[in-house]
Design a protein around this ligand. Structure first.
Ligand code: BTN
Length: 259
């Protein structure tokens, strides 16, 4: 990956700006700092390697050089998007799963932020915000996609089985083209962020729908039950064994052992 090929691949997209780094700590950190300094809507940070890439819940995200796609997109919400900002992770997940499907990969969304292929994690999403008092000034959507085998962390570092696009396709996908496709899909879905159509499309892509799952969140009791779907704000709807309909706002979803 280099800046010229990247610029050429992305030239038809209405980006607010582009920063490319052969190596960086975390593209999300760079994007958060850029957003706080006034970056325009749809500014993009891309790196070939991340040395301190971050995942959800303080986890590390592995991005060795030449093997993965790691980027962060800055969204400046329009007034009419503000009521729907909790759906931002869905916007990213839907755009990414749509794009993978155009490459014949049956991508599913493991709520809230993982992309699975054949039951294994191939990509992760980390949405963070820059605040202005009580309002979100900018949302930063960070995505990490395992492109080649070399991007998959060693098994002892995994808390969920992982895979790469190469392992599923047998060939290497062009990173710049995939980036362009994901961004184009995101830009296309964005005006429908608050629509029922958006929620239905997001829900249709959820992994484990109708199955017995467990949700574990730090400091919280484990919730078990049937994964029903999504609430309008993007929370997860689960029917517990007692029949109680639980709404889950955060946590890690897994199939219930033995279910
Ligand atoms: C997760 O699965 O927990 C989310 C992983 C998100 C990783 C991406 S890579 C680009 C961006 N920069 C980071 O430091 N993290 C996100």
């Amino acid at each position: 990956m280099d800046e010229k090929t990247l610029q050429a691949a992305l030239r038809e997209l209405p980006l607010g700006g582009l920063r490319y780094f052969p190596s960086i700590g975390s593209t999300n950190d760079e994007a958060l700092a850029w957003a706080a300094a006034g970056a325009a809507n749809l500014s993009l940070v891309v790196a070939d390697e991340q040395t301190t890439g971050r995942g959800r819940a303080g986890r590390k995200w592995f991005t060795p050089p030449g093997s993965a796609l790691a980027f962060s997109l800055i969204l400046r919400p329009a007034e009419d998007e503000r009521p729907h900002l909790t759906r931002t992770v869905g916007l990213a997940a839907l755009a990414l799963s749509d794009s993978l499907r155009t490459h014949s990969l049956e991508a599913q969304i493991k709520w809230p932020n993982d992309i699975l292929i054949a039951g294994q994690k191939a990509a992760g999403i980390l949405v963070e915000s820059v605040w202005n008092g009580e309002d979100v000034d900018c949302a930063v959507i960070g995505m990490g996609i395992n492109i080649s085998k070399g991007s998959v962390p060693p098994p002892e570092e995994l808390n969920f089985p992982a895979t790469s696009l190469e392992e599923n396709l047998g060939v290497l996908i062009d990173r710049e083209q995939l980036l362009r496709d994901v961004l184009a899909a995101l830009i296309e879905w964005r005006p429908r962020l608050g629509s029922d159509e958006f929620l239905a499309a997001w829900e249709a892509r959820l992994a484990f729908r109708g199955q017995q799952i467990q949700i574990q969140a730090e400091g919280e009791a484990t919730v078990s039950g049937e994964l029903l779907g999504l609430a309008p704000d993007g929370s997860l709807r689960v029917r517990e064994k007692s029949g109680n309909a639980a709404i889950i706002r955060f946590g890690d979803v897994r199939l219930r052992p033995g279910a």
